[in-house]
Write a protein that binds this ligand. Structure first.
Ligand SMILES: [Zn+2]
Length: 674
């Protein structure tokens, strides 16, 4: 699993990039999703979602299952329909249909994959075996980067955070096998168990590639210790939340001074970027330490490390033994999955990843009604107006900062459904030769696409998420909110639903994404997306005090045994949830005609909060709770319901929640931000 952080800059609605299956139910508030044996005053999550949680236990192949994942399953099923139709037919060479069909069919041909064994990756192993010296090590690192395999550090291209019109190269910490530095550096029992299991994985993989047990064991330790050193030089997730701390503009000359042991000119030439110009280094200290490692670690150890990087990056596309070893650790040990996802889902995921916009175009034609876009744009317009009014009436903010906030709000770009301009896949080569070869071709195609953007104006029409993905995002450097077609379905969006449920569901999602422009990270970017301060010092201080209230609230939630939620890590998302609820509730009130009647015994206000809670109905395994608490900037589903609602007087009124109830916070204890 590559820990490639292209998405590091954007704020997702949800901490996974899944694609959805099976048709969603369309009843907006289904009473059987609720469990009325719970009181809304003490446990609104189980009151609203208790029935749902019983109906939808976690499938063995998953580590978490929520109503969000149910919709993701729907999307996955819809894409399956599209791909199955294409995969069973013959197509002219060079067409997108041929590429989709060959990619998918080659991935499903397990007989061929088993027969070929490691031969498709042998050229990469040979390349590593032929390494003689440090210069060869670095040359190989650069070459692997062009194939989407990232030893040593990560690389991508994106808008310059301080000149958002221009695309620049980013060099960031990376090079680990486990998902985060903390996995190597913590010494509690859970972490120790994971470290031991990771060593077993490393050893197993080396045996599978032909090493004897003793060599595999010592090689595993070599890799582990190298990665641990890399981890020690890495910033924590929390430190990286500060955009200023991960922005260091450099050029060839300055990075060469930071790490003289690495020939950066040669590196950039090898990856096809002859003149990198100015680029951004996320963590200069990390690059400095990497330079020292290049000098101090033996060439032989680097060769072992590089071999592991290749195996780890490609094991999912190799014979079953590799796939299983990979799953044993990344699926079972880290996330608590009981079984693998069926092969068709994994291969479909890879095909979808390789040609996301080509498949997205077909998806939109078949599944996205034009009316949905129109209704959505109306909703966004109403939400924008509401947030503007809330800003105007904020008691704690000065007029000067309010005016800037309003300007930023007015400047937000909205994208709904699908891109106006689709990506061209004609230069992508896909054949029936080998699954791994297709994966590498596709990654190289993506890498060249990315390199092609560096030092050019940002393409404002680009989407960082395909339409068939159930998610949404805010991109601070573009000051834009984006809603792919796939999220515009129940339980998020009801084309013919009443306002209460639509404002409570997709309305809050829209409000959530808008609020990201004003969360503790987003608020550091101005209206054109540059990292530049527009706050008066007093207002910034008041804002920070207010956000601390929310941090403390979440730090006090127990998520498992004595493990607490991470209020600092999830602050941006929690601000967005709270803001989204406030803005959407106001917008619903404004849109109300006064003739709205209760449905199934619930008033419009009650339906608003039930629809919101339903978005986060979720069952989750213990291991996944631990993993997400460490890695995910989003709070767990249950806390996304309980956490913000306890702060809202409108919620208290709707369900008669009183002082002393768990769902009630006294006015002095509430977080009031946007
Ligand atoms: Zn978010």
């Amino acid at each position: 699993m590559e820990n490639f952080c292209r998405f590091v800059l954007i704020t997702l609605l949800f901490g996974s990039l899944s694609c959805r299956q099976e048709p969603p139910k369309s009843k907006a508030i289904d009473l059987t999703d609720m469990d009325k044996s719970y009181s809304p005053r003490t446990d609104f999550d189980n009151f609203a979602n208790g029935g749902w949680k019983k109906k939808f236990p976690i499938p063995d192949e998953k580590s978490r299952f929520g109503s969000f994942d149910l919709l993701a399953d729907t999307g996955e099923f819809q894409v399956k329909m599209l791909i199955s139709e294409i995969a069973t037919k013959k197509h002219n060479a060079g067409t997108v249909a041929q590429k989709i069909a060959d990619f998918y069919n080659t991935g499903m041909d397990t007989v061929k994959i088993e027969k070929e064994g490691l031969s498709p990756v042998q050229p990469l192993f040979d390349q590593i075996s032929a390494i003689q010296n440090t210069a060869d090590v670095l040359k190989t690192v650069a070459d692997l980067h062009t194939k989407g395999i990232y030893p040593m550090f990560s690389f991508y291209s994106a808008a310059d955070q301080k000149n958002s019109e221009m695309e620049v190269a980013y060099i960031l910490q990376g090079g680990l096998g486990m998902p985060d530095r903390d996995y190597y550096l913590k010494d509690d029992q859970r972490s120790k168990d994971i470290q031991a299991a990771y060593l077993v994985l490393l050893q197993k993989m080396f045996v599978l590639t032909g090493s004897n047990d003793a060599t595999a064991k010592s090689d595993a330790l070599i890799v582990y210790n190298m990665e641990k050193r890399i981890a020690t030089a890495s910033m924590t997730k929390l430190e990286q939340r500060d955009p200023q701390k991960v922005y260091h503009k450099m050029n060839l000359e300055s990075i060469q001074k930071v790490s003289p042991e690495i020939d950066w000119t040669a590196h950039f030439q090898k990856i096809g970027l002859q003149n990198p110009g100015d680029f951004i280094v996320g963590q200069p200290d990390f690059i400095q330490e990497l330079g020292k490692m290049v000098k101090e670690v033996s060439v032989n150890d680097w060769k072992i490390y590089l071999k592991w990087k290749v195996i780890n990056s490609l094991s999912a596309y190799l014979p079953e033994d590799f796939v299983n070893a990979n799953f044993e650790f990344f699926g079972k040990t880290l996330s608590g999955q009981m079984t693998q996802r069926p092969r068709w889902k994994r291969v479909q995921g890879a095909t979808n990843g390789a040609m996301s916009e080509a498949i997205g175009q077909l998806y939109v034609e078949k599944y996205f009604p034009a009316e949905a876009k129109k209704r959505m744009l109306d909703l966004v317009g109403n939400l924008k107006t509401s947030l503007g009014e809330r800003i105007k009436h904020l008691a704690w903010m000065s007029d000067a900062t309010k005016a800037k906030a309003q300007e930023k709000l007015d400047a937000i770009t909205v994208k709904v459904g699908y891109p106006d301009k689709w990506r061209d896949y004609s230069a992508l080569e896909v054949s029936t030769n080998s699954y791994v070869a297709n994966v590498l071709q596709s990654r190289n195609f993506d890498f060249k696409f990315m390199i092609g953007k560096v030092n050019k104006p940002v393409d404002k029409t680009q989407w960082l998420m395909p339409p068939q993905m159930v998610n949404a995002y805010y991109e601070p450097t573009a000051n834009e909110i984006v809603f792919p077609a796939a999220i515009l379905q129940p339980p998020f969006f009801y084309l013919n639903g009443d306002d209460a449920v639509n404002y409570g569901a997709i309305g809050v999602v829209i409000g959530h994404e808008m609020t990201h422009g004003f969360d503790d990270q987003g608020c550091q970017y101005d209206k054109v997306g540059n990292l530049s301060n527009w706050w008066t010092a007093d207002d910034a201080k008041l804002f920070s005090e207010r956000t601390k209230v929310l941090v403390n609230q979440f730090n006090n939630f127990n998520v498992l045994d004595t493990l607490k939620a991470n209020g600092e890590l999830c602050l941006g998302e929690n601000i967005a949830d709270l803001g989204g609820l406030n803005v959407a509730f106001d917008a619903m009130k404004k849109a109300a005609t006064g003739n709205e009647k209760p449905i199934d015994g619930f008033t419009p206000n009650q339906r608003f909060f039930l629809a919101y809670a339903h978005l986060w109905a979720q069952n989750i395994r213990d291991k996944e709770i631990v993993r997400r608490t460490k890695e995910d900037v989003h709070s767990l589903g249950r806390l996304r319901v309980i956490g913000p609602l306890r702060n809202l007087p409108e919620f208290h009124k709707a369900f008669d929640v009183k002082e002393g109830d768990y769902m009630y916070l006294k006015e002095a204890d509430r977080a009031v931000i946007w």
